[in-house]
Design a protein around this ligand. Structure first.
Ligand SMILES: Nc1ncnc2c1ncn2[C@@H]1O[C@H](COP(=O)(O)OP(=O)(O)OP(=O)(O)O)[C@@H](O)[C@H]1O
Ligand SMILES: [Mg+2]
Length: 457
C-alpha cells in the first residue's frame, strides 16, 4: 500500500504555521461531507498522517459505560490495508497513556517513552507519543493518539494542531448525532402516522358498523310495531272474507273472494317475515338434528330446488337448539336464492360441520359470534355472485335485485333476524361471476354443552 510521505524527522520541523492553518482549513471543509461516524474516524486517522504529517495515528472510541477504549481507525503500522486494524486493542480507562487521557480528559505529550512507566507498546515500540481526548457534551467519546520512533517528536505546535483536529471531530460527531436523531425522529413520525392511519381506519370501520346496527335496529323497531298493527287488520279482513266466502252465492263471487283471501294470506306471510327480521317472532326452539332437517327439506322440495343439492353432512354433528319451522324457512330461502342466482343451472352444495369459536380465535368466522360451540351450515352455489359493494346491502329489508313481483327483498333479512334471535350468526362470501357461500352458525343444544364440557371436548 502506498503510504503518504512520512519521515522520521520531527513534525515541528516540517509544519510551519501558515501551511498548518491551510491544512486544517481543508480538513474542516472535508469534514462537512463525511456521512458517518466510521468514515469520520478513518478520515481523521488518515489525514492526521497524510495532511498533517504525523508518523502514525490511531483513533480510539470509548464505550457507553466510559470504562474502556477500542481502536476503531488507524493509519501507519497498525493499518496494513483498507479499513483493517492490526490486532485491535481494548484499553481500560486509566490504563496506559490513552486510558489516562480518556480518564482525565486532558491531552498528554510524552517526550520519551523509555522513561514512562505507563506506556503500553503496540505494534512497534515508540519513543514519543501525543494523545488528545475527543470530548462530546462533556463526555469522552474517544482519543486521538500518535506515536513517533523519535524522542521529543511532539511539542506545543503538534498539540495545538491535534487539539484543533479533535475539536473539529467532536463538532462533526455532534452534527452526525443530530442527523441520526433527526432520522430517528422522522422514522418515529412515520410509525406514528401509520398507527394513526390504522386507528382512524379502525374507527371508521367501527362507526360504519355502529351506524349499520343502529339503522337495522331502527328499521326493526318500526317494522315490528307496524307489522303487529297490520297483522291485526289482516286477521279481521281474512276472517270477514272467510265469512263472505261461505255466503257466496255465485261461482264468480267465490272466485273473487278466494283471490282476496290469497292476497290477504300473502300479506300475512310478508308480515311474518317482517316480524322475523325484526326479531319479534315468538320462537319455539327444539333440539334438532340439522342433517335430518336438510335431507327432509331436500326431499320435500325437489320441484323447487331443481337439481338435487350436493350434500356433505358431518357424521358426528352436534344437535342444535333452534325453532324447526324457522330453520326450514331460512334454509328454503337460501336455497331459493341460490337457484335464482343460477338461471343457467348449476350445483348447490350444502355442507354441515361442527365449529368451535374460542375467545383466542384471532379471526372469528363471523364477526359478531360469541365464543361457544356451533353447527355451521354452508350453502355454496355456482351462481352470478354478489358485487362486493352490494354485500353490505343484501341483508337490508326490501333490498332486492329481482324484478317487481318476483322478490320482496325480505329473504335474507328474515334469515339473519331469525338466526340472530336464535343466538347464532350469518355470513356471506361471494366471488362475482363464480358463486356465493352463505354460512349459518347455529348454537348447539345447552344440554350437549354440559355433556361436552364433562367429556373435556
Ligand atoms: N345466492 C345468491 N347469489 C347471488 N345473489 C344473491 C344470493 N342471495 C341473495 N342475493 C342477492 O341479495 C338480494 C336479497 O336477497 P333476499 O333473499 O333478501 O331477497 P330476494 O331474494 O330478492 O327476495 P325474497 O327473498 O324476499 O323473495 C337478492 O335480490 C340478490 O340480489
Ligand atoms: Mg330471497
Amino acid at each position: 500500500m502506498l503510504r503518504p510521505m512520512n519521515t522520521y524527522f520531527s513534525v515541528q520541523d516540517q509544519v510551519n504555521e501558515a501551511t498548518a492553518l491551510r491544512t486544517l482549513n481543508i480538513f474542516a471543509v472535508d469534514l462537512i461531507t463525511i456521512p458517518s461516524v466510521e468514515d469520520l474516524f478513518w478520515y481523521v486517522a488518515q489525514n492526521v498522517v497524510g495532511k498533517l504529517h504525523f508518523v502514525d495515528c490511531v483513533i480510539y472510541q470509548a464505550n457507553e459505560a466510559q470504562t474502556e477504549l477500542t481502536q476503531v481507525a488507524a493509519w501507519g503500522e497498525k493499518n496494513p490495508y483498507g479499513r483493517e486494524i492490526l490486532n485491535p486493542m481494548i484499553i481500560p480507562f486509566g490504563h496506559g497513556i490513552t486510558g489516562q487521557v480518556a480518564q482525565t480528559q486532558s491531552a498528554i505529550i510524552i517526550k520519551d517513552l523509555l522513561k514512562d512507566q505507563n506506556y503500553i507498546p503496540d505494534t512497534q515500540p515508540a519513543r514519543s507519543e501525543i494523545c488528545v481526548p475527543l470530548i462530546f457534551r462533556g463526555r469522552v467519546v474517544g482519543v486521538i493518539d500518535s506515536e513517533s520512533p523519535e524522542p521529543q517528536a511532539f511539542g506545543e505546535a503538534e498539540l495545538e494542531i491535534l487539539r484543533t483536529v479533535a475539536a473539529m471531530t467532536s463538532a462533526k460527531l455532534e452534527l452526525l448525532a443530530e442527523t441520526q436523531r433527526s432520522k430517528q425522529r422522522y422514522q418515529d413520525l412515520l410509525v406514528s402516522h401509520a398507527q394513526l392511519t390504522q386507528e382512524t381506519n379502525n374507527r371508521k370501520a367501527l362507526e360504519a358498523k355502529l351506524f349499520e346496527a343502529r339503522k337495522l335496529e331502527a328499521i326493526g323497531r318500526l317494522t315490528g310495531r307496524f307489522a303487529h298493527e297490520f297483522n291485526n287488520l289482516l286477521t279481521v279482513i281474512s276472517g270477514n272474507l272467510e265469512f263472505l266466502e261461505c255466503a257466496a252465492t255465485t261461482a264468480e263471487t267465490a272466485d273473487i273472494l278466494r283471490d282476496a283471501q290469497d292476497a290477504a294470506n300473502r300479506g300475512a306471510k310478508l308480515i311474518r317475515d317482517m316480524l322475523t327480521f325484526a326479531q319479534r317472532t315468538r320462537l319455539e326452539p327444539a333440539v334438532l338434528d340439522i342433517n335430518r332437517c336438510i335431507t327432509t327439506l331436500c326431499r320435500q322440495h325437489t320441484a323447487i330446488l331443481g337439481n338435487a343439492p350436493d350434500l356433505s353432512l358431518a357424521s358426528d354433528l352436534w344437535p342444535v337448539l333452534i325453532d324447526p319451522k324457522g330453520f326450514d324457512a331460512a334454509l328454503l330461502n337460501l336455497a331459493l336464492n341460490a337457484q335464482d342466482a343460477m338461471p343457467e343451472g348449476g350445483l348447490l352444495s350444502i355442507k354441515t360441520e361442527n365449529y368451535v369459536h374460542s375467545l383466542v380465535a384471532s379471526a372469528p368466522a363471523a364477526p359478531d359470534l360469541l365464543p361457544g360451540r356451533y353447527v355451521c351450515v354452508s350453502l355454496t352455489d355456482q351462481g352470478v355472485g354478489i358485487a362486493s359493494d352490494r354485500l353490505g346491502q343484501i341483508f337490508d329489508p326490501f333490498f332486492t335485485s329481482k324484478s317487481v313481483g318476483t322478490g320482496a327483498g325480505l329473504g335474507l333479512s328474515m334469515v339473519k333476524g331469525f338466526i340472530q334471535q336464535s343466538g347464532g350468526a350469518v355470513t356471506v362470501a361471494s366471488d362475482l361471476g363464480r358463486g356465493t357461500t352463505v354460512q349459518l352458525f347455529i348454537p348447539i343444544a345447552p344440554s350437549l354443552v354440559n355433556e361436552l364440557l364433562t367429556l373435556g371436548a
